[in-house]
Design a protein around this ligand. Structure first.
Ligand code: NAD
Length: 497
């Protein structure tokens, strides 16, 4: 019988009393690593009640002390980076280097949270009227909750709870049920760093637990990352229940390749950005738009993709690992079959991929399609696997028009040697994160993660200054102090003198 993962409630890791569990498997072997319990309504209510009680104390802790907790936490995360990455590799199948990167990108957000005293500064205008000053205070909201996807089990929880807690909130994390061991390690280290009881709670489960959080009256704000249909549901239900919601969703990211670009750079970046992490990144490049003569590079792109193969987490030659589940693999194989049926040219087919020693792994090999049109399913839908679709256009205007017509707007990139083309692209493109000669332009945490259109529902994005606005309220104070000089008769108007 596999071990049952614990919940973190009221400062203690506790066994859930729930009879319902979900197995967590190693995607390379199908070995059951643990059973994750689906927290009961009573357990969820206890977590929220504890977070609500802890908020009263935590919001009074001086901001520099909250920052010092984050300083200790980032230090502990750095010293345990490889231990976390090993667990992360086991439950996601990611290569060790990729898993280390997953942890590192989260640590960077914790480093950013250490600047919270500066980030929470308000504004002041002296003398808005005679002897009257207006100033603003930035105050935490209360209990916030975060719901995270499988594909970055370290980075995405770390996008959320460190910023929320540094701002003075308390937090309930509901990690993906597919890889919940990594988030539990993050929580253990947070307690070790000195997080007071109740400031962070971890409740496990699936959609029932999410729905309970979305409707819980004591939760003020919800951060969500996941697929488009679930993001839409979370946004609608959360806002209908009068919560503040930020919901980061799916994507279809295009890389535009101009014929004046550096060909070798294009090819190596395109292969890494489409197949890296088995294509399971919301910022992966899944469409290459080849402009003019760049279409003649397809055979070289194919050769470079064919040279990449998946493998086990500790195989240093492996380009990437397995898909997260057999169902995820099957979904990708269905897309490959649909692409062929709808008339795209499959130049490289990863459907029958095998890896020596791992007959049960969820392997999909690199897959390349040419002659893809915007009407085809493989162009329209997020495949979330190592499948690159390519399309050809005559000029940059046509490439921009194609991308702007796409409902997603998470990331895009342009490879060119022309400053003019780059300037035009960055100005006209309707996508929230743009790379110029960079394939995956994920901003560092002092900026925000700014997906647009169907890739994001809400208005304040994850991390950076926007996260501080998301997790706080602004209170604006207008004040005057009386002295003999200012004494006047009755004030009958609202006009301040
Ligand atoms: P998912 O939507 O299946 O799951 C995300 C979370 O929602 C999980 O915690 C899950 O338990 C919960 N959930 C699942 N179904 C639900 C339902 N019906 N009702 C309520 N809650 C539900 O996503 P995933 O497969 O874990 O992650 C991959 C997706 O996340 C991709 O679409 C990817 O593009 C997206 N993603 C987006 C970003 C971004 O920043 N835009 C980042 C990472 C991943």
């Amino acid at each position: 019988m596999a071990e049952r993962l614990l919940l973190l409630i009221d400062g203690e890791f506790v066994a859930s009393k729930s009879a319902e569990t979900i197995p967590v498997t190693n995607p390379a072997t199908q070995e059951v690593l643990c059973e994750v319990p689906c927290a009961s309504p009573d357990e969820l209510n206890r977590a929220v009640a504890s977070a609500k009680a802890a908020f009263k104390i935590w919001k009074e802790v001086p901001t520099p002390e909250r920052a010092r907790l984050m300083l200790r936490y980032q230090d502990l995360l750095k010293s345990h980076q490889d231990d976390i990455a090993r667990v992360l590799s086991k439950e996601t199948g990611k290569t060790f280097a990729d898993a280390q990167g997953d942890v590192w990108r989260g640590i960077e957000v914790v480093e950013h949270a250490c600047s919270v005293p500066t980030l929470m500064m308000g504004e002041t205008v002296e003398n808005v009227a005679r002897r009257v000053d207006t100033y603003s205070l930035v105050q935490p909201l209360g209990v916030c909750a975060g719901i995270t996807p499988f594909n970055f089990p370290a980075m995405i929880p770390l996008w959320m709870f460190p910023m929320a807690i540094a701002c003075g909130n308390t937090f309930i994390l509901k990690p993906s049920e597919q890889d919940p061991m990594t988030p539990n390690m993050l929580a253990e280290l947070f307690l070790e760093a000195g997080a007071p009881k109740g400031v962070l709670q971890v409740v496990h489960g699936g959609k029932d637990q999410v729905n309970a959080l979305l409707t819980h009256p004591d939760i003020k704000a919800i951060s969500f990352v996941g697929s488009v249909p679930v993001a839409e549901h979370v946004y609608r239900t959360g806002t209908q229940n009068l919560k503040r919601v930020q919901a980061m969703a799916g994507a279809k990211n295009h890389m535009v390749v101009m014929p004046d670009a550096d060909k070798q750079q294009v090819i190596s970046n395109l292969v890494g950005a489409s197949c890296g992490a088995a294509g399971q990144r919301c910022m992966a490049i899944s469409v290459a738009v080849l402009v003019g003569e760049a279409a003649s590079w397809l055979p070289d792109i194919k050769a470079a993709m064919a040279a990449v193969s998946p493998g086990a987490w500790d195989d240093e030659a492996a380009g990437y690992g397995p898909q997260i589940t057999p169902q995820a693999k099957q979904r990708i194989l269905n897309y490959i079959a649909t692409g062929k049926k709808e008339g795209a040219t499959c130049m490289l087919d990863g459907s029958d991929c095998t890896v020596d020693g791992f007959p049960d792994g969820n392997w999909v090999g690199p897959t390349l399609f040419a002659d893809v049109t915007p009407q085809m399913t493989i162009y329209k839908e997020e495949i979330f696997g190592p499948v690159l679709v390519t399309t050809q256009v005559d000029d940059l205007d046509a490439a921009i028009e194609l991308i702007n017509a796409n409902p997603f707007g998470n990331g895009t990139s342009l490879f060119t040697s022309s400053g003019g083309a780059a300037r035009k692209f960055q100005h006209e493109i309707e996508v929230g994160q743009v790379g110029i000669n960079l394939p995956i332009p994920v901003p560092l945490p002092f900026f925000s993660f700014t997906g647009w259109k169907q890739s994001f529902f809400g208005d304040q994005h994850a991390y950076g200054k926007q996260a501080v606005r998301f997790y706080t309220e602004t209170k604006t104070i207008t004040a005057r102090w009386f002295d003999e000089e200012s004494a006047t008769g009755p004030n009958m108007t609202i006009k301040l003198k």
